[in-house]
Design a binder for this molecule. Structure first.
Ligand code: ATP
Ligand code: MG
Length: 373
């Protein structure tokens, strides 16, 4: 999988820009706030229809511009394909195109341009809140499984609607009549999500454990544990069983939900934790252990995507290498000998031996230089 050409118009701080990418390493250099992360954001959006920085797509449109246009030529599934996203600043819905054909939803883009993003915040993913860990898993699963993507989108929509019902029911008690319908569908879709997650986390844990073993010279045993709703004893069980388990939990919390006016039960509160030799990284991990485990998780995510899709996803390293000590830097670089990679960094001259350098200033390419590898 390879991004061959990218063109941006009215996206973030880019007025108009295009470039041809190399199959191997593309190094994006520039001072702070020049548009390096914006460029990676455009690549992720092109492939997934999602931004990793904002939920509000209007923020992606350059201030004062009428629209943002991201277009790219990609070599994947053994042919050249095109993707295009046009985003508007106001309420007008965005437009997504795959090979020139307008598509309804982001899940229709699946399989053309898959990406794995790795940024400095990811290094602390095992210490921070559960939302960041859910995002890590969801981001990979949505790209690998269009059905998971669709289920998650439906679940999020239902959850918002249920929360609104729970809040508005004080003013409008008649709303409670439609609540059972929402609950039933939430249990069905929620069960599907849990079933996908259980399988994904099992594979992710195994692959990450192998990387961590290599990294730590086999000194520590890495294990990943998925946590979901407490009535679920076996998340690998049949979806029908999971649906029942969810219903049970929901019923037990029905009163509390009405009192609190918010939805308290379901996989939107899922989490996972990593243990090293049985000790939770979140509670006991040292800085180094936390970072190493996070790197192992990211490399594992890339490996699962490669295995699942049959192609190497495009790797995006946003400022992460400069955050790492030389030993960890080497470990990451040694693992990315294949596939296409975009690496952002501030200092020109650093890592330049790796591949093409694209220098960016104020949303414009000021120079491109293809160094020999
Ligand atoms: P750093 O090295 O600090 O991470 P960076 O090169 O990655 O910097 P970006 O995050 O890509 O920087 O770009 C940030 C710049 O883009 C900011 O100066 C911000 O004001 C500008 N920007 C963000 N959104 C828009 C927008 N919609 N329109 C115009 N400019 C924008
Ligand atoms: Mg940045």
């Amino acid at each position: 999988m390879q991004l061959c050409e990218l063109s941006l118009q009215g996206f973030r701080n880019y007025e108009k820009m295009e470039f041809t990418a190399q199959p191997g390493v593309n190094l994006i250099v520039g001072d702070n706030a020049q548009g390096k992360t914006n460029l990676l954001e455009a690549i992720v959006y092109l492939g997934s229809g999602r931004s990793f920085r904002t939920q509000k797509s209007s923020e992606l449109v350059r201030f004062g511009a009428d629209f943002a246009d991201i277009s790219g030529k990609i070599h994947s599934q053994e042919r050249i394909q095109t993707l295009r996203a046009v985003i508007f600043p106001a309420a007008r819905p965005r437009q997504l195109y795959r090979n020139g054909v307008k598509k309804k939803s982001a899940s229709d883009l699946s399989g053309v341009l898959n990406t794995v993003l790795f940024c400095p915040e990811d290094l602390m993913v095992l210490k921070t809140g559960a939302a960041a860990r859910r995002k890590l898993g969801d981001c990979a699963m949505c790209q690998m499984r269009p059905n998971y993507d669709a289920a998650l989108a439906e679940y999020t929509r239902l959850l918002e609607q249920k929360n609104r019902i729970l809040k508005d029911r004080f003013e409008n008690p008649a709303l409670l009549e439609i609540l059972p319908e929402y609950n039933q569908r939430l249990c069905q879709v929620g069960a599907l999500i849990i079933s996908y997650r259980a399988r994904f986390y099992e594979s992710l844990g195994k692959a990450a454990s192998a990387y961590h073993g290599q990294f730590s010279g086999g000194a520590e045993e890495f294990s990943l544990h998925y946590h979901t709703v407490s009535t679920i004893k076996d998340p690998m069980a049949d979806v029908g069983v999971l649906t029942e388990n969810l219903r049970e939990h929901m019923q037990a919390h029905a009163r509390a939900e009405l009192e609190s006016g918010s939805c308290l039960t379901g996989p939107h509160r899922d989490d996972f934790d990593v243990r090293l030799d049985g000790l939770s990284v979140k509670q006991f991990g040292s800085q180094g252990q936390t970072r190493t485990a996070a790197i192992s998780l990211k490399l594992a995510q890339r490996e699962l995507m490669r295995r699942e899709l049959g192609e190497e996803p495009v790797l995006l390293l946003d400022d992460v290498l400069s955050e790492l000590d030389p030993g960890r830097q080497d470990f990451v670089l040694n693992q990315i000998t294949s596939g296409q990679v975009f690496i952002t960094c501030c200092e020109i001259g650093r890592f330049t031996k790796l591949g093409q350098t694209i220098q960016i200033r104020k949303g414009q390419i000021v120079s491109t230089d293809s160094a020999c590898i």
